[in-house]
Design a protein around this ligand. Structure first.
Ligand code: AMP
Ligand code: MG
Length: 482
């Protein structure tokens, strides 16, 4: 491995030093002919990386992991996870690497991580690779989430490797360079707990506290304070998903972060028609991770975190249980408060409306399969006195008129409505169209889509079709997704 990664970049290995038991030193596979497909210039700037340098040969070699700076020690991270409810004791980074941690311009510690960088000891039957399409999907959707103000891992770049990946067909390969406040997951704690070594679990908890919840170190029970911190962060996150109509698709415990950032964009999608039963993933046959289930699934996932942490909460595990349960029981009320506050903003109101106003609206949207994003964006016009464009989405006109009267009586603010409700989200048909074109070598549609979703509240001429619902009946399915 060469060391030509720029004079200023320093990658630390705090995670690997704190919990070497969860860090397998590894290096990226060779990439035959790296070619940059997309670069997050603003993010590069935040990280103190020069975009022109990242575009150079040396920069591309960093972005695919084949040349790392002096002193960097890339590792594959070990973790477990409940996948669709079934426990897998050994998952881990099968095709990913943590290159290291860097300090950004604001002094925050960020992980620089690669996905699609070759097989690791955690690869099981997998080929360790990723295809261009799914990596660009993660780029677009995570950039959109960030622009919407929703905590998420970020995508610094997607680089085509020049290698071919075998899926249902042969596809061009790619590596995603991902940035996160950390890659610690509920599954990391499950793995540490299952190791049977309390020292590992304790060091992992201390590392997580130092990175994400430093005030927890001074709590009477730091592990409990850690659990409470994750509960609060995930309650806020899932409320934001629900408000924007996002379906994660694979809420396994290995895809649930300790930081409260959205991670691992596989078969995810945004609602078109509002229906709580919406599922996009072809592998989610039972609908476990349907849109409307997400607030319940997060409780289940954090119960797995609580179980893993029990011996740190109290030496006497019997005594730890009621304390941990009490922390978990705060999740749903915190979620409901965050959702209610978000709905207040989405409805352009000064005060939180009575629950019935929201419930009645959801019933109307569901009955007429109304497009979620369009409806809320259209409220600004209705608040200014032109409800016609909105009414067009409904068959039950008496119902929607009665609801609009109740809502208008509360004095919604049109300006606030425009700021709270995006015009552009990465709708499934637009993402598919952009990925298909990019896989065939045309990056034009991807660029336009990125432009739209990077300024989601700012409606611009020429982007009208990016604000329109998809064709068909909205029953879109993502196959494979990775
Ligand atoms: P994901 O669905 O991307 O969250 O991945 C779930 C698990 O499968 C993780 O442990 C991944 O590292 C692993 N994995 C997914 N795809 C591959 C692949 N092509 N090669 C090796 N491991 C993979
Ligand atoms: Mg994952």
């Amino acid at each position: 491995m060469s060391t030509a990664a720029g004079p200023t970049l320093r990658l630390d290995d705090r995670f690997a030093r704190a919990v070497p038991e969860l860090a397998t030193p590894w290096q990226a596979a060779e990439a035959p002919s790296p070619r940059l497909l997309v670069l997050g210039e603003a993010l590069a700037g935040e990280l103190g990386l020069d975009p022109d340098w990242l575009r150079s040969d040396a920069g591309l070699r960093l972005l695919v992991g084949t040349a790392v700076p002096e002193g960097a020690h890339p590792v594959a991270q070990g973790y477990s996870g409940h996948q669709f409810g079934g426990y897998s004791p050994r998952l881990g980074d099968g095709r990913a690497l943590l290159l290291g941690e860097l300090v950004d311009r604001d002094g925050r510690l960020r992980d620089l991580h690669l996905k699609g960088s070759g097989r690791t000891p955690y690869a099981r039957g997998g080929d360790g690779l990723a295809a261009v399409g799914p990596m660009l999907r993660e780029h677009v959707v995570s950039e959109a989430m960030h622009a919407l103000g929703i905590p998420t891992t970020r995508s610094l770049a997607v680089v085509a490797t020049g290698a071919t990946v075998r899926r249902e067909t042969l596809l061009p390969g790619a590596v995603l360079a991902r940035v996160a406040s950390s890659h610690l997951r509920v599954g990391s704690f499950q793995y540490a707990r299952a190791s049977g070594d309390l020292g590992v679990l304790r060091r992992l908890a201390e590392h997580a506290i130092a990175r994400h919840f430093p005030e927890a170190a001074d709590a009477e029970r730091p592990a409990l304070a850690l659990l409470e911190g994750v509960v609060a962060a995930q309650a806020r996150l899932v409320a934001q998903w629900m408000l924007v109509g996002f379906v994660h698709g694979v809420m396994n415990t290995d895809n649930t972060t300790i930081s409260g950032e959205t991670i691992d964009y596989g078969p995810c999608a945004f609602l078109d028609a509002y229906d709580p039963a919406t599922v996009f993933s072809s592998i989610d046959e039972g609908g476990r991770y349907a849109y409307g289930n997400q607030p319940l699934v997060i409780v289940w996932n954090l119960a797995r975190l609580a179980e893993a942490l029990l011996p740190l909460v109290d030496e006497d595990e019997e005594a730890a249980v009621p304390v941990a349960v009490a922390a978990l029981e705060r999740l749903t009320p915190q979620y409901e408060a965050a959702y209610a506050e978000g709905m207040r903003r989405k409805l352009g109101l000064d005060a939180t409306p009575e629950l019935a106003l929201v419930d009645d609206l959801l019933a109307l949207l569901k009955a007429d399969r109304v497009d979620w994003t369009r409806f809320f964006r259209g409220l600004a016009g209705a608040a200014r006195g032109d409800a016609e464009p909105l009414r067009r989405h409904f068959l039950d006109l008496a119902g929607v008129d009665a609801w609009l009267d109740r809502w208008r009586a509360l004095g919604p603010d049109p300006e606030a409505l425009v700021r709270a409700n995006p015009a552009y989200v990465p709708r499934n048909h637009l993402v598919e169209e952009a990925l298909t074109a990019a896989t065939g070598g045309d990056l034009g549609p991807l660029g336009t889509l990125l432009d739209a979703v990077s300024r989601p509240y700012d409606e611009r001429p020429g982007l009208e079709r990016y604000a329109e619902p998809g064709p068909g009946d909205g029953t879109y399915v993502t196959y494979c997704g990775t």
